[in-house]
Write a protein that binds this ligand. Structure first.
Ligand code: PNS
Length: 174
């Protein structure tokens, strides 16, 4: 049975990610959801351990999916677990360009092929970035994430929305 590594920052895991895990398990049988640091992103919302715990809870009941955290490169993580493939989800054409570069880079440095899976259309708009933003200002996220992630987000201290920089006055309306 082939093993696939599904790497990401998963900060946090959402229903689009779960869709890709389910498709990958169907195709490969053995899928490792690997939590990695994205060097292109600012400090995350959850620590790697917190993300891992929420992912584990969220994957309960999906036979064939397991989890791990890795430091450093995706290709080293793939080698460490003996992955036959790297799996990535594509939401829109916008995702493709960067993923293609990463796929070629990973193949050239470690000989592991990347397989793209299309995210289901009804989940293709979901992004961790906007979930973080909604959660930060108390927006509703329950329809975008699995229950353990919704609980994890709800347990975080809620910051107050930022006050406007300058209070508006009548003279501003001239
Ligand atoms: O969920 P994300 O943030 O899109 O995941 C991106 C991730 C973690 C897969 C990517 O940033 C990554 O590959 N990080 C590890 C560093 C690495 O291997 N760089 C070379 C990739 S070509």
């Amino acid at each position: 049975m082939p093993t696939a590594l599904y790497p990401g920052s998963f900060d946090p895991l959402h229903l689009g990610h779960l869709d890709i895990v389910e498709q990958a398990v169907e195709l490969f049988g053995d899928v490792v959801v690997g939590v990695l640091h994205n060097p292109g992103k600012e400090a995350g919302l959850f620590s790697a351990d917190e993300r891992l715990a929420m992912i584990r809870e969220s994957l309960r009941g999906i036979d064939g999916a397991r989890t791990a955290t890795f430091a450093g490169l995706v290709i080293d993580a793939a080698r460490e677990i003996g992955a036959d493939f790297i799996v990535k989800g594509l939401r829109t054409a916008g995702d493709f360009e960067l993923e293609q570069q990463m796929a070629h880079t990973n193949y050239s440095s470690g000989g592991v092929r990347t397989v793209y899976l299309p995210c289901s259309p009804e989940r293709a708009f979901i992004s961790s970035r906007f979930i973080r933003e909604l959660a930060k200002y108390g927006g509703h996220i329950g329809h975008l994430v699995p229950d353990p992630v919704a609980a994890g987000l709800a347990a975080r201290p809620q910051p107050r929305p930022p006050a406007p920089a300058t209070p508006s006055t009548m003279s501003d309306t001239r």
